[in-house]
Design a binder for this molecule. Structure first.
Ligand code: SF4
Ligand code: MG
Length: 289
């Protein structure tokens, strides 16, 4: 989509887009996501009055307060229905949905495939730290097998979900992964996700330094997807998303498809056209033609 810009002559610095001071733990990956986003907003001269950030519950749920834009801190797991409703009611706004792995993949999981298949033009940033941070470290649907927490003293016994593969299978038209410690790369990825017309799903690896510090592991595994990957190739994207080795970051898949709103409008026009055709038909019948 086209990002709504500030009036001519008005510019804002990245720091101008920051709201109240974040209360995240020192070293939390979420700071880097905030920095990446405000960079994107400043360099595109985004009008904050045309931007809305919707969040779920969790450490990432506080995000709307930390950015100067409209914001809605919703209830647990409901970020996607709220964001969808907002975008449909106000298509002129750029809508970002943010939420964690617990929020989006556990209680909110039922919403993910349906929001994805509607292809509403919004961007969903999934802050994935493989843990419930705000409630002090319970395992989430992406926590590694065997990870010990106070809520899983013998180690997590479930296998983790693969959010990228899920989004791909559900039909997302933009699927990407970023890593908070590759901040410039992350900013470029977020920008492309916002510019994409349709539902953009971005998994952001962001270490929870307090309850499940994956920083070193991800730092070692992360590599940027090279130009040889064809982002229009669905099978290649799925292959990359399910790769056993390493942590590829970048755009996995991108496709152009009519959005939910495009289809609604096309449907209304078609039904009006049919009504009109029926009226002519009735008039012709009445005239005995
Ligand atoms: Fe970040 Fe974890 Fe602290 Fe939450 S608990 S602010 S996710 S480091
Ligand atoms: Mg989490």
């Amino acid at each position: 989509e086209v990002l709504p810009q500030l009036p001519q002559g008005v510019t804002l610095k990245p720091s101008d887009y920051k709201g109240i001071k974040p209360v995240w733990c020192p070293g939390c990956g979420d700071y880097a996501i905030l920095n990446a986003l405000v960079q994107v907003l400043a360099r595109n001269r985004v009008d904050p009055s045309k931007l809305a950030i919707v969040s779920g519950i969790g450490c990432s749920g506080r995000f709307p307060a930390f950015v100067k834009s409209y914001g809605f801190h919703g209830v647990h797991g409901r970020v996607l229905p709220v964001a969808t409703g907002l975008k449909l009611a106000r298509p002129d706004l750029t809508v970002l949905a943010v939420g964690g792995d617990g929020d989006g993949l556990a209680i909110g999981m039922g919403h993910l495939p349906h929001a994805v298949r509607r292809n509403v033009d919004l961007t969903y940033l999934l802050f994935d730290n493989h843990i419930y941070g705000l409630t002090k470290g319970q395992p989430s649907p992406t926590t590694e097998v065997g990870h010990k927490t106070h809520a899983s003293p013998f180690g997590v016994a479930e296998y983790p979900l693969n959010p990228l593969a899920l989004a791909l299978i559900a039909g997302a038209t933009f699927v990407g992964r970023g890593f908070s410690s590759h901040t410039k790369h992350l900013a470029d990825l977020i920008e492309q996700a916002i510019r994409h017309r349709g539902f953009s799903f971005v998994q952001i690896m962001t270490p929870c330094v307090t309850f499940n510090d994956m920083y070193k592991v991800w730092k070692e595994q992360a590599y940027e997807i090279g130009p040889d990957h064809d982002t229009s190739d669905f099978q290649a994207a799925l292959h990359l998303a399910t790769a056993a080795e390493g942590l590829p970051i970048g755009i996995f898949y991108q496709a152009e498809k009519p959005t939910y709103l495009d289809r609604l409008i096309a449907g209304v026009k078609e039904s009006e056209r049919l009504k009109e055709a029926r009226r002519y038909d009735d008039e012709a019948d009445a005239a005995g033609l």
